[in-house]
Design a binder for this molecule. Sequence first.
Ligand code: NAD
Ligand code: ZN
Length: 358
Amino acid sequence: MEITVQTASKSYPIFIKSNALDELATVIQKNKFTNLLIITDETVGRLHLDTLRSALKDTVDYSVFTVPSGEEAKQMSVFESCLTFALEQGLDRKSCFIAFGGGAVGDLAGFVAATYMRGISFIQVPTTILAHDSAVGGKTAINHPLGKNMIGAFHQPEAVIYHTEFIKTLPDHEVRSGFTEAVKHALIADPVLLSMLMDNIIDLHEMTDEQLIHVLQRGMEIKANIVSIDEKESGLRAVLNLGHTLGHVIESHLGYGKTTHGEAVMIGIIYALHVSKEMLGLSFPVDRFEEWVKRLGYKIELPQDLTFEKVYEGMQRDKKTIAKCPRFILLEAPGKPVLKEVEENLLEKVYEVMIEQS
Ligand code: NAD
Ligand code: ZN
């Protein structure tokens, strides 16, 4: 399956299938890259680097730089060491970086590619479910000690090669983390997919290859459509933020390692659905949705020590907030997202009901 992402700055293909790596050599030859630098993390390198090496066969010379797994990959010091290694290897403007890993490696390697010699090519080879989201759209970033994703650039890849076999080694919490973004894509843009998921997926382990590829492919199409209209996030792209306002607060309250991004965002999605019911009269079985995600293994209780006061402070720091009034992505209906200011009273009322039930 091939999807084309069309943005103002460029157009590029996404290959998604169980053997998508077969496309890699062709992409390299077509672009006439002279050499490659693969950036991967310790976990992905250990599990899957041999498969990537076999796919490269004798196409072109390459070297490998391994970074720590997870969010640690996005440190300033790691960014600098990638650049140093690239300079030592003599990469030039005809070279290409390969981002081989989840969203963290994708964000880091993309930003390295965006800044090395003022920007050279890179290819995304995502290995997590979450990366169906992060590998599309051209946002690249590293973290600053004062804030996540604070240093970054928009830089689109030459191609996304999504070899879905890699996903099979993901631990359960990472499967849930990525699946949240797929559910988010369905909620904002595809009610038919949403019903299919809620009716048919009762165990994330038992998804067939066909179901998984369908879900990821639709998710990437939805993201690609939004990004093609709004590459640099001046408007529409904000709908991708459904669930993230509260999700980010919970994620940073619990601390990295205690929850995953997507598991925290799932609670944020449920909150946004309740707010949508109260404020916009959303007609959607939120209770059934909650039961469904619980059965999939999500913990949807709010942390008891996270008071509304702390939450509201966190929401006011959200990038969508204007003049201290938090703005939320809400649903008028499945597939109809809107960006709205929400009054503190309503936010508190919904929060207190949820925390009571937790
Ligand atoms: P990740 O890259 O940290 O991967 C999660 C964990 O899974 C890591 O420990 C990793 O080593 C491991 N892993 C990766 N692939 C594996 C595999 N096939 N088998 C076993 N283990 C594997 O995290 P993620 O959840 O993929 O992405 C989260 C990151 O993505 C965050 O830094 C977030 O800011 C970023 N993000 C970016 C965008 C964007 O548009 N650029 C969008 C969403 C998220
Ligand atoms: Zn997210």
